[in-house]
Ligand binder design. Structure first.
Ligand SMILES: C[S@@+](CC[C@H](N)C(=O)[O-])C[C@H]1O[C@@H](n2cnc3c(N)ncnc32)[C@H](O)[C@@H]1O
Length: 226
């Protein structure tokens, strides 16, 4: 059964107004209501004092929200944001989400890294973020520490989403949050890979879904396993 829209008992935390303005101005695909839900999840997870990981930086639109939540958390919380910065399948030339302005003319490939860096710098949030540049499975293969939040918004094929899930979710601490973007229960609305990892997480018995806002899902780790 699909979860109903979550009704907060009290007003959830919101980003600083200048961060919200930077979010709305940045290139990216996340609508405001999902961004606010991501921010609230990051503020909640940051209380664990562990790094918050984003898979899929793109131009830094969603990273801004994670970074602001980390900045305002008690303790020294770091955001890790991971991307090879060459774009997902659907962002390549000829595809629906291609932006020709993101192609590096010298190498003829997409390069979102400079755009991400400018976004973060302009918002004054560089101090709180470590950018990991590379492919998700390779980065996961050398990562060893616990994480307070895993936000999955990288490649949307089954191969990529499954690798993100299997590579990073084992590091999510108990009480931490798994946030998945582009979850579409109805195939008519979009690709099914993020939906499938969300279902896998719930079927594992290690997660409880706490919030659904449009295509964003927030799941809390309640036990071991994936
Ligand atoms: C949908 S965009 C992320 C959007 C961003 N979270 C936002 O809301 O602004 C997906 C990103 O994932 C990256 N990506 C796709 N597959 C990846 C992989 N296997 N490893 C690292 N990054 C990947 C792409 O380069 C792209 O920038």
């Amino acid at each position: 059964m699909e979860s109903a829209a979550w009704a907060p008992a009290q007003s959830p935390p919101e980003p600083a107004p200048e961060v919200l303005a930077a979010f709305e101005a940045a290139k990216g695909f996340m609508p405001l209501d999902e961004g606010l839900a991501l921010y609230a999840a990051a503020a909640d997870a940051a209380r664990l004092g562990l790094p918050l990981l984003e898979i899929g930086t793109y131009c830094g639109r969603s990273t801004l929200l994670l970074a602001d939540a980390a900045r305002r958390a008690e303790g020294d919380v770091t955001v890790l944001t991971l991307d090879h910065h060459r774009g997902s399948e659907e962002q390549q030339p000829g595809w629906e989400y291609h932006d020709p302005g993101l192609v590096d003319p010298e190498v003829g490939l997409m390069d979102t890294l400079p755009f991400f860096r400018r976004t973060l710098h302009a918002a004054g949030l560089e101090e709180h973020v470590v950018a990991l540049v590379g492919r998700s499975p390779r980065a996961a293969s050398v990562w060893g520490g616990p994480l307070g939040l895993v936000f999955v918004d990288g490649g949307h094929t089954d191969e990529h989403a499954t690798a993100d899930y299997e590579g990073w979710v084992p590091h999510l601490a108990e009480g931490g949050l798994l946030v998945i973007h582009d979850v579409f229960p109805d195939p008519a609305d979009g690709g099914q890979a993020p939906y499938r990892i969300r279902c896998r997480a719930l079927a594992s018995g290690a997660f409880t879904e706490e919030r659904a806002v449009r295509s964003l899902r927030v799941l809390r780790r309640t036990g071991p396993g994936i």
